[in-house]
Design a protein around this ligand. Structure first.
Ligand code: PMP
Length: 384
């Protein structure tokens, strides 16, 4: 009897220990869940691949195939070791002043950041704080909805027309702000200054951001509108037309009040966004207009040649005024081409999203890269 009772006791104790271990584990798990409840969960932007392999033909991130102006390399060589031990100028005066002189505005009208992604992210945080949703096209730079989600800014997309142009009537509504690239990405379609002005003038109560990342490749800038519209912010980058994606320089031009607000936000989280090499190299790039124009003309000429060849192979595309072509083939699905190209070491971009899942975005590289792309496509399409 006694032995049986003590066995029962032992079982009870073991069960109790088990139960309390389980309760403890549940409590710990609950704690973990609690901190995870407070995490700002976001689906991040997916940048194009940057494979280390130098042998590939890289036409997937709209970089410029030519080097930056020679003065940029010179500016780098002139930095002395002791320059690195000091903080850079928080006001970024050298770069802001050279951009101001270049565009014929005051330094107080120029804001600079670590690539235009940085400038745009700060602009979203600074200007898009209304209750109404901000508006942007359904097919556009895929970072806009990521920032909106990150900052919890309500947003609505407006469908581009079938030919990928913007219908300005879509932007005549109560909203918290407007943003669109001109030329648009990934379509390459340029809107006229009249369309841009129609959208800016229809929205005097909110900030309209025109993202001119690709404007230098044949577009007409909205800069002349700045004197008439205090709600207009123009954002630009050194990554494409100035061959300096690796240096990370972007900027915004607007009226002094807008730029002042951007600076207040910037100085509220990092005074020294622009490092010393960026400031000096950026100014050196601006100083060499002849090199800049020559470089642009080369990219534009290659783009036009590539358009002709793609048409010959049965591709269709809207008329791109950027450094990429957004093309669709009449017979071969884009995804198949994307994979075949990648297999052959030619990287282009494929988005697989509604309305554009049969398109490839092909950046304009050197003449040689484009010849190799075309000859691969020609062979592939013929032998399929
Ligand atoms: N805007 C658009 C429309 C772009 O395509 C890009 C490049 N991904 C950017 C802004 C950002 O470029 P960056 O940060 O290199 O200036």
């Amino acid at each position: 009897m006694k032995a049986a009772a003590s066995k029962e006791d032992g079982d009870k104790k073991r069960r109790a220990a088990h139960v309390s271990a389980y309760a403890w584990m549940m409590q710990e798990m609950e704690k973990m869940m609690r901190w995870e409840d407070n995490v700002r969960k976001v689906v991040p932007y997916t940048p194009g691949e940057q494979p280390g392999d130098r042998d590939i033909i890289k036409l997937n991130t709209n970089e410029n195939p030519y080097p930056p102006a020679p003065g940029v390399m010179e500016a780098l060589r002139e930095i002395r070791p002791e320059d690195y031990s000091l903080y850079p100028d928080p006001d970024a005066s050298l770069l802001r002043q050279s951009l101001a002189d270049y565009h014929g505005v005051s330094k107080e009208q120029v804001f600079v950041g670590v690539g235009s992604d940085d400038v745009l992210a700060i602009a979203f945080l600074t200007f898009f704080n209304g209750k109404e949703p901000i508006l942007f096209p359904d097919i556009t730079y895929s970072f806009y909805d990521v920032w909106a989600e990150l900052y919890r800014i309500p947003y609505m997309t407006r469908p581009l027309r079938e030919d990928f142009t913007i219908d300005p009537a879509d932007y005549k509504a109560d909203c918290g702000g407007v943003i669109f690239p001109n030329p648009n990405a990934p379509t390459g379609v340029l809107e006229s200054l009249a369309v841009v002005e129609e959208i800016v003038s229809a929205n005097p109560g909110v900030v309209v951001i025109v993202d001119e990342a690709y404007i230098d490749f044949g577009g007409i800038s909205a800069l002349p509108l700045l004197s008439n519209y205090e709600n207009l912010l123009i954002v630009r980058t050194f990554s494409k037309s100035r061959s300096m994606a690796g240096m990370r320089i972007g900027y915004a031009v607007g009226n002094e009040k807008l730029i002042g607000y951007l600076n207040d936000v910037k100085f509220s989280f990092n005074s020294y966004t622009m490092n010393l090499p960026s400031l000096r190299c950026g100014a050196a790039s601006i100083a060499d207009e002849a090199y800049f124009q020559e470089n642009l003309q080369k990219v534009i000429a290659t783009r036009e040649w590539t358009k002709g060849e793609l048409s010959r192979l049965g591709f269709t595309f809207a008329d791109s005024k950027s450094n990429f072509i957004f093309a669709s083939h009449g017979k071969v699905p884009a995804k198949e081409l994307f994979e075949a190209l990648k297999e052959a070491g030619i990287y282009v971009r494929y988005f697989g999203k509604p309305r554009i899942d049969n398109y490839l975005r092909i950046s304009v590289g050197t003449d040689e890269s484009m010849r190799r792309l075309i000859s691969f496509l020609e062979r592939y399409i013929e032998n399929r």
